[in-house]
Design a protein around this ligand. Structure first.
Ligand SMILES: [Zn+2]
Ligand SMILES: [Zn+2]
Length: 322
């Protein structure tokens, strides 16, 4: 049984526009949570957009309890600002109780830590990365890699962990799927009930679907997919966006259908798309999908899956629930 919490659902940049408050203005951050054998909630965090900040407050408020694991893994799809800008304000970074494993693609021949270090130093930030109190280690992920997340929340090789919390598989795509260095996409499986989640954002799909994504995500239960553009925006001759590395709703649906997933969750919304527009996307596309259910993501959405189907769905934020 895994729970997927959406802490930020925007792409590109955060927005504080009240016309976007229902879906939320924070950038990409998804948390997959499971309760381990000791009854402790263990998060697996994917991306550190501004949505990560509030998640950090929540973890910070529980540091003196045993409710939430102080040891966990963060996966980065890539290192554009909408996937990293929450990191500098992530409370667990400042706690000596926290042990965080940070994984992402190799970039400029360095691991993800080198880029995060560069974001945290004077004169652009008052605290240096090296002075953070948490214990951090970094690793490089590459295409085709598979590993386990242990009951303690840390990555381990498959051979060494017979009773993992999650199994993770990595797909890397390069430009033009996402300029300029591509991105990593993740498949996260709960070995207890086989529920599988495919994380496919910051990707520009292709005519007929992205064959690699379709194969990678084949028969996953849930697919979270980039839906940055409407069809009209994608075809616009006056404000061209083709080549920017993002998909339309029709592209996301095509990949989801061809991969035979059960639930498609649109994500990485355009910061120019207000609540009315996003509601209209739901009305336009969610009907007549036959075996596929489309469920709009929003900030605060929490969905628990059991054996590949929705067990429970709610909002963990008050005031802005859809
Ligand atoms: Zn992005
Ligand atoms: Zn990007």
């Amino acid at each position: 049984m895994m729970t997927i919490n959406f802490h930020g659902v925007r792409g590109s940049h955060p927005t504080a526009d009240v016309a976007m408050a229902a879906y939320g203005g924070n950038t990409s951050c998804v948390e997959v949570v499971k309760v381990n054998g000791q009854g402790i909630k263990v998060p697996l965090i994917i991306d550190a957009g501004s949505g990560l900040i509030k998640l950090g407050y929540a973890i910070g408020s529980k540091l003196l309890t045993n409710e939430y694991s102080k040891t966990f893994t963060m996966l980065f799809t890539h290192l554009h600002p909408d996937h990293t800008e929450g990191f500098n304000f992530f409370v667990p970074n400042f706690s000596p109780f926290c042990k965080i494993c940070i994984l992402g693609m190799e970039t400029l021949r360095e691991n993800v830590g080198a880029v995060l270090k560069g974001k945290m130093m004077p004169p652009t930030f008052p605290i240096e990365y090296k002075d953070l109190k948490s214990l951090r280690r970094h690793g490089v992920l590459s295409d085709g890699q598979r590993f386990h997340i242990s009951q303690e929340g840390l990555p381990v090789s498959i051979a060494k962990e017979p009773d993992p919390l999650f199994e993770v598989q990595v797909m890397q795509a390069y430009a033009p799927s996402h300029p300029q260095q591509g991105a990593l996409y993740y498949k996260i499986r709960d070995p207890e009930d086989n529920t599988t989640l495919a994380c496919i954002w910051d990707i520009e799909s292709h005519i007929g679907g992205d064959v690699r994504v379709i194969s990678f995500a084949a028969d996953a239960d849930v697919m979270i997919h980039d839906t940055q553009y409407t069809e009209e925006e994608y075809a616009s001759p006056t404000q061209p966006v083709q080549g920017f590395g993002h998909s339309t709703y029709a592209m996301a649906i095509e990949n989801a259908k061809k991969a035979r997933v059960k639930y498609l969750i649109p994500f990485h919304y355009n910061p120019r798309h207000n609540d009315t527009l996003l509601d209209s996307m739901k009305t336009k596309y969610a009907e007549n999908l036959r075996d596929l259910t489309m469920l709009m993501s929003y900030e605060g959405l929490s969905i628990t899956f059991k054996e590949g189907d929705i067990l429970h769905q709610d909002s963990f934020l008050s005031g802005f629930s859809k």
